[in-house]
Design a protein around this ligand. Sequence first.
Ligand code: SAH
Length: 343
Amino acid sequence: MKTDLRGLTYTEIENLLVDMGEAKFRAKQLYPAIFKVDSLDEVTTLSKDLRARLSENFYIGNLETESKQQSKDGTVKFLFKLHDGNFIESVFMKYHHGNTLCVSSQVGCLMGCKFCASTIGGKVRDLSSAEIMEQIIAAQRDTGERVSNIVMMGIGEPLDNFSNVMKFLEIVNHPDTLNIGLRHISLSTCGIVPKIYELAERNLPITLSVSLHAPFNDMRSNIMPVNKKYPLDTLVTAMYDYIKKTNRRISIEYALIQGKNDTPECANELVRLFKNGLFHINLIPVNNVRERDYKKTTSDATKDFCERLNKRGLNATVRRELGADIDAACGQLRRKKQENISK
Ligand code: SAH
């Protein structure tokens, strides 16, 4: 089994070169090249002999674009094929603050949220740090544009793939790779409490997003099974502790489902739980998923819900929907592809 160089840190590259009897400084030549070229043959700053020896155990991985959908608003949704035949999705979005790529962290997902297409069929496997990097490289190459922001909100639960995701953050942030600042990266979790504490210990300037979706235990357990293991009070405590440790505000994802979590009682409870200007609430109209029958809250009711929060001092905004004319909800392209294969 050869190792994909795009999943290695600078120190690991230095060490492997030293192990091969090479000088440490060769890493300065090799590392930036790994993220620019498609194969080791193209790393012409290194001798042919060294390239050949590297090729015995290492390679530069690339994702294959299986298909893509382009929206009128500039959003591009990619379905990438992995070397083992599995599929993942990434979404390229244009915002005024820069181009954002939503990346996947796993093939499928174990978390079982009732409204989410990515979890139907469970988790197949974790993505390697290289495969997370390669989503950005492939999207940049295809669009011809630079990605300046990353959101880990694609398929999978990033905190359920903790070590590969942490390594990805170290790699993507390095000046020789894509040099994307941690402040331009958001990581979204459904609320794996012990991992939130582990993340807090790393004290990274990323933005942590918590997918809350319901402010009451019974309601949350009903749509998000993870809540049975880590109930709301433990999650909310972890969120306050995270802020204390990192000094970073937390963003809360709240997908409005008609007649379920969009009531005035829910808004009032959100206000009670999250105070002090430490949080920002992102209200998202729930996306229709063919396999699920949740309806989105109307836009008027969404505005009312948002105003109710704002009036009571809770910072909330309604997220602009991008790519509404393509399969925007996560996991949908992969689901369709799987269905077509099994037909
Ligand atoms: N597992 C992580 C990240 C992936 S999901 C998490 O749970 O946060 C990214 C975001 O999309 C989450 O907030 C998730 O709850 C939300 N989401 C999933 N399905 C959705 C749907 N049908 N409509 C709206 N948001 C959805």
